[in-house]
Design a protein around this ligand. Structure first.
Ligand SMILES: NC(=O)c1ccc[n+]([C@@H]2O[C@H](COP(=O)([O-])OP(=O)(O)OC[C@H]3O[C@@H](n4cnc5c(N)ncnc54)[C@H](O)[C@@H]3O)[C@@H](O)[C@H]2O)c1
Length: 358
């Protein structure tokens, strides 16, 4: 495979993680350009990271540099336009979370993928740590027994100053609050691990921060396979934690961390009465530690690019999470349960997370 010419659009906070990921793949990638609407920011970013091409216009950058991969690190409401523009310029895309503003926008991205033959992957870096992949394998092999109960808590703390950045805290630009902005990482891991969800019931509230979107949400979910789960998202919790727990018929698996996990952050507990050396041995056969990171996900995306295969984190591979968050908001805002597959074109929640600001 030829070296992939990569470009970054949006040179704020998270762009640094994309630089680190690219630097971890020196044989397969070359970071040739960066673009930001803020000229001073992109200049300083390019200088700090030794990037030759600094641009303030995405079209000009795409035309001049012809990148094979574009990493989109801009505020959420700008993602879809930039994704489509990059695909149409012949690039593959790795776009920050949340991928897009609605199911309608996801359909638009998929239409552009079909038209261009290129793919857009959503950043979901918690799927790519070695422990999460090991757990998926054990579930598929039936080693842990049937999944029955799950807990998914993102209890983080974002102070008032955090919301001074103009795009945060608003439906039109952040697309949601504690659920869409913070909880999305654990929610995505939780749903990806447990498989198809079937129904959600939820409440949201804005209890303390001076923002339009929610600073807390709580939801309960039923999975197609019968398991039930609860999901709590908060930006009001001084002792911060990301906690995901899966109770299978034969073992409990727990993950406690904050933003990035290693193998050591995962634990397995058997029932007191159990003597199950086979299960313990299967758990302990976990591969060498690969922490969850942008770098781990980039490696998998470059493999997909080399094979010309659709990434598992594009289109149908992330629809379950986007549809779930849309459905959580719909349930909270209508006071009714929402079933998987029920939000179709014509439903106001198909076009906007809050059913209003399309
Ligand atoms: N995966 C993660 O762990 C993670 C963590 C933090 C943020 N994020 C996501 O990354 C994205 C960016 O967040 P951030 O904290 O870096 O934001 P930020 O405000 O620090 O940076 C965003 C940058 O995008 C630029 N920008 C705005 N509109 C643009 C446009 N149309 N074209 C080009 N540049 C534009 C801004 O000038 C700014 O420099 C968000 O979607 C956020 O949710 C992901």
């Amino acid at each position: 495979m030829e070296t992939v010419r990569a470009a970054i659009i949006g040179t704020g906070g998270i762009a640094r993680s994309h630089v680190a990921a690219l630097r971890g793949e020196p044989e397969r990638t070359e970071l040739v350009a960066a673009m930001d609407v803020d000229p001073e920011r992109v200049r300083a970013f390019c200088e700090a990271h030794g990037i030759a091409g600094a641009y303030t216009d995405a079209g000009a950058m795409l035309a001049a540099e012809r990148p094979g991969l574009v990493m989109i690190c801009t505020p959420p409401s700008t993602h879809t336009e930039l994704i489509v523009q990059a695909l149409e310029a012949g690039a593959w895309v790795l776009c920050e979370k949340p991928l897009c503003a609605s199911l309608a926008e996801l359909d638009r991205i998929e239409e552009a993928e079909r038209r261009t033959g290129r793919y857009c992957a959503s950043v979901v870096q918690w799927r790519f740590g070695s422990a999460a992949r090991h757990l998926k394998g054990l579930i598929a092999a039936g080693v842990l027994g049937r999944p029955l109960v799950g807990l998914c808590n993102t209890v983080w703390y974002r102070d008032h100053a955090y919301y001074a950045v103009p795009w945060r805290g608003k439906w039109a630009t952040e697309l949601g609050g504690a659920t869409m902005g913070q909880g999305i990482h654990a929610i995505d891991l939780f749903l990806w691990t447990l498989g198809d969800w079937a129904e959600v019931r939820a409440m949201i509230g804005t209890l303390d921060r001076a923002i339009e979107v929610e600073d807390v949400s709580m939801a309960i979910v039923r999975f197609a396979g019968g398991a039930m789960g609860s999901i709590v998202n908060s930006v009001l919790s001084p002792r911060q934690e990301s906690y995901v727990r899966f109770d299978f018929a034969d073992a409990t698996v727990e993950l406690r961390h904050l933003y990035r996990y290693s193998n050591a952050d995962w634990t397995l507990t058997l029932p007191d009465s159990a003597d199950n050396p086979g299960l313990l041995a299967a758990w302990e056969a976990i591969p060498a530690d690969i922490p969850s990171s942008h770098g781990a996900q980039l490696g998998a995306l470059l493999d997909d690019m080399a094979r010309g295969e659709r990434p598992s984190t594009s289109g149908p591979g992330v629809r379950g999470t986007i549809e779930f968050i849309t459905s959580l908001y719909k349930s909270a805002l209508t006071g009714r349960p929402v079933e998987r597959g029920s939000i179709a074109a014509g439903d106001p929640f198909y076009r906007a997370m809050n059913g209003r600001s399309a």
